[in-house]
Design a binder for this molecule. Structure first.
Ligand SMILES: *Cc1c(COP(=O)(O)O)cnc(C)c1O
Length: 396
């Protein structure tokens, strides 16, 4: 028998979600997450994955994973600091450092985990963190875990950042101050103003922390947003994920040798959670080899993104102020946006609606992420469906 108070809590909370239209029905894929996906025996054009470069089902990654599976087995068997560190983990970290052009790197089991690990390894009570209001949930949780005072600033508002930085520094209350930001913001596809952020950081001695989950593999010829702005040696923490453009799973911090050494000694998910399975690490190594060898996939990604964005705009849709392959199609009102997404699905296009409270009220949108793996024919088909649904719903 379960606790009556738990039953009451869970039941009423679920009910509330459903009433507010916030309950998410999860559909299982019958196969891989590629440019098309199969759900309930229907093939759909997929515009909702983070698999930017199509690497999630790339044969070269699969072959590398299979080989490592035979060599090392399925599981790592221990945390990194006991004896779960295999040579393939070292190889992955060395490659990540080269990829990001930093002295060193540390790999974690996920990007989420990475933010749980890295922030609290250096920030504590008595410190302050200046955090963009649109930062990812894992950054928010990571900050909370650190016990530092969190000071939010308006999204990409550099005047406000400067103001809070100066106030925090002049107050003399904080031993260390960090500024933390997404490299690319996942709801609008806009890029953090890193040159300004770094300049402010240098003025007020702020630790700089950039979570580039959506920028790595996408911007800066693959190396990410920091490289895109030529700031590789002026950002302390470059966080990345191996779960989006890299197509597998995992997270990492790239930075100075000493910092990485400290994270290996002190970050809790590294110390207390089993190491990434070796086959996963091997697949990531194979992906990095591909990215460092050629920028062909990035070129294809950007071409497809530009093609799709222009197509939407020709149909009369607003796409906001995206600067990356994340392409919002602004519909507006919440229920209308949900309906739009359902109609797309009925016509064979999988593209999720994103509405309040994830984005501001009245700015509901369908978020599209075309990838390098989409063909022009797929994008044309998706655009035709957008046009058809727009007419059917009677949007202006
Ligand atoms: C997706 C994302 C993460 C989480 O990465 P996972 O590897 O999927 O755990 C962390 N930070 C940001 C900014 C993200 O967009």
């Amino acid at each position: 028998m379960s606790s009556p108070s738990l039953t009451r809590f869970v039941r009423s909370s679920l009910e509330e979600l459903k009433q507010n239209g916030l309950f998410n029905q999860i559909d299982a894929l019958q196969g891989g997450n590629g440019p098309t996906i199969r759900i309930k025996d229907r093939s759909l054009i997929n515009l909702s994955s983070n698999n930017y470069l199509g690497l999630a089902s790339d044969e070269r990654l699969i072959a590398a994973a299979e080989k490592a599976l035979r060599q090392y087995g399925v599981g790592a068997g221990a945390v990194r600091t006991i004896n779960g560190t295999m040579e393939i983990h070292g190889e992955l970290e060395a490659k990540l450092a080269r990829f990001k052009q930093t002295e060193s790197a540390i790999a974690y089991q996920s990007g989420f985990n990475c933010n749980m690990a890295a922030i609290s390894a250096v920030m504590d009570a008595g410190d302050a963190i200046l955090s963009d209001e649109l930062n990812h949930a894992s950054i928010i949780d990571g900050c909370r875990l650190s016990k530092a005072k969190v000071i939010r600033y308006k999204h990409s508002d550099m005047e406000e950042l400067e103001r809070v930085a100066r106030a925090a520094r002049e107050s003399g209350q904080y031993a260390k101050i960090m500024v933390i930001t997404d490299g690319v913001f996942s709801m609008d596809g806009d890029i953090a103003k890193l040159p300004e952020i770094v300049a402010i950081a240098e003025r007020y001695d702020l630790i700089t922390y950039v979570d580039d989950a959506h920028g790595s593999g996408v911007l800066g010829e693959g190396a990410g947003t920091v490289k895109h702005f030529g700031l590789s040696d002026r950002v302390d923490f470059q966080i990345g994920t191996l779960s989006k453009a890299i197509g597998v799973v995992g997270g990492y911090v790239a930075g100075k040798q000493e910092l990485i050494e400290w994270l290996k000694a002190r970050s809790r998910p590294f110390l207390f959670s089993t190491a990434t399975p070796p086959a996963i690490a091997a697949a990531c190594v194979a992906a990095l080899d591909i990215l460092m060898d050629s920028t062909e996939l990035q070129a294809r990604l950007w071409r497809n993104a530009e093609y799709f964005r222009q197509g939407l705009e020709q149909l009369g849709f607003r796409t906001g102020h995206t600067e990356t392959p994340i392409i919002p199609c602004i519909i507006g009102e919440e229920k209308q946006t949900q309906r739009f997404s359902r109609e797309l699905l009925a016509e064979g296009v999988y593209a999720k609606a994103i509405v309040f409270p994830t984005v501001p009220k009245g700015l509901g949108r369908i978020r599209n992420m075309p990838t390098a793996a989409h063909t022009t024919a797929m994008l044309d088909e998706a655009l035709a469906v957008y046009g058809k649904v727009k007419k059917r719903i009677g949007l202006e």
